[in-house]
Design a protein around this ligand. Structure first.
Ligand SMILES: *Cc1c(COP(=O)(O)O)cnc(C)c1O
Length: 362
């Protein structure tokens, strides 16, 4: 490997495309003749304005975002959205949530502070190893929105088909699958994604929100920063934005365009995940924990027969240059996060290593 880097299977912050890191390196000391690094620049300068404008436009091109949706760059990560969503979207004070794992569970707990929350479907009965059938949910008429986490980063389940919201607004946490495949934005009222999983550095969230959901009649106690209107009216620059993250994300958007956009990315992701799942399905030592139909292309949890062996595998992979494979503490076992920027060769090399480990230890 060119830079003696490890294959990094971290769930987030996560591996980045090398061509993007190289460009950033080249622009570090003097960004395109400006005489300074992007992290030293005024966010009110014309040179920075161009960076944020291009980032937004490239994202719009990639996802085909319709004109009646705003793109907002907000700080506070994905977690702040657990509160911002109910604060901004609960008009009647009622919302429906689908519980599919750790991240939707956290969102539910936060939303309960702001209104009446109906958990209309859950996969808790089988420790969040599948996505429940959501074709005919019991949704109250006055529901303000229906909320899902479209890819559960910790449990490794993903939605293949969106829920039937019966005409209500769909809100989706796409943090760990953002830009991993094409997305029909008009199916949603609001999409959001913390960028450190599949796009850029930590500390920022992208919110894509249909304009008519941006309100000017919020409770006056809602902090200014937590009103979508504040961000929409000020081009994501009401205060100093996360300038660096926006710059890096912009580079990743351009990179994705250069490799053929989200269709091409999805194809690569399917092929890459297949390498791992084919191995898990043929192994006698390792097995995937999620029902086949709901398996994530991004986060692949797997286990051996015992905690002791799991720990041994984690240590052996780390020593061999495959990092961050320990499963989340709530699930245990192992987890390979194979986001957009993980090359197929990385997964192939890991699988070869695990095969050898299995042969030598069984
Ligand atoms: C990581 C993650 C979050 C939380 O992101 P932060 O930026 O740490 O707040 C929320 N939802 C999902 C699906 C995640 O993967």
């Amino acid at each position: 490997m060119k830079y003696n880097r490890t294959y990094n299977f971290s769930a987030g912050p996560a591996t980045m495309p090398e061509p993007v890191l190289e460009e950033i390196r080249d622009e570090m000391m003097n960004y395109r003749g400006s005489g300074m690094c992007v992290m030293e620049m005024s966010h009110r300068s014309p040179v920075y304005q161009q960076i944020i404008d291009e980032a937004e436009q490239d994202l719009r091109d990639l996802m085909g975002i319709p004109d009646n949706y705003k793109v907002l760059f907000i700080q506070g990560g994905a977690t702040l959205q657990f509160a911002m969503i109910p604060m901004n979207l609960m008009k009647n004070g009622v919302a429906c949530y689908v519980e599919t794992g750790a991240w939707s569970k956290k969102a539910i707990a936060e939303a309960k502070k702001y209104g009446e929350v109906h958990v209309v479907a859950s996969s808790k009965d089988k420790n969040y190893t599948y996505v429940p059938d959501c074709d005919d949910l019991d949704i109250p008429e006055n529901t303000d929105y229906v909320y899902i986490c479209e890819n559960e980063t910790i449990h490794g389940v993903t939605w293949q088909k969106l829920p039937n919201t019966k005409g209500h607004i769909l809100v989706s946490d796409q943090s760990s699958m953002f830009l991993s495949k094409p997305c029909n934005v008009s199916d949603y009222g609001l999409i959001y994604a913390g960028v450190q999983k599949n796009v850029g550095p930590a500390g920022m969230v992208v919110v894509i929100i249909r304009e008519d959901l941006i309100r000017d009649d919020l409770d006056p106690k809602v902090p200014l920063y937590m009103s979508y209107k504040t961000h929409a009216d000020n081009g994501s620059m009401y205060n100093t934005p996360n300038c660096w993250a926006i710059y890096v994300c912009g580079k990743v958007f351009k990179y994705l365009k250069s490799i053929g956009g989200l269709e091409a990315m999805e194809q690569r992701n399917i092929e890459k995940a297949k390498v791992m799942y084919d191995f898990l399905d043929s192994s006698k030592m390792f097995r995937g924990t999620v029902e086949k139909k709901d398996r994530s292309l991004m986060n692949i949890p797997f286990v051996t027969e015992s905690k002791e062996l799991d720990a041994k595998v984690v240590a052996a992979t780390k020593a061999a240059g495959y990092d961050n494979l320990k499963g989340h503490k709530s699930v245990g076992g192992l987890r390979a996060s194979v986001y957009n920027a993980m090359p197929k060769e990385g997964v192939e090399a890991l699988v070869e290593f695990l095969k050898k480990f299995e042969a030598e230890n069984s």
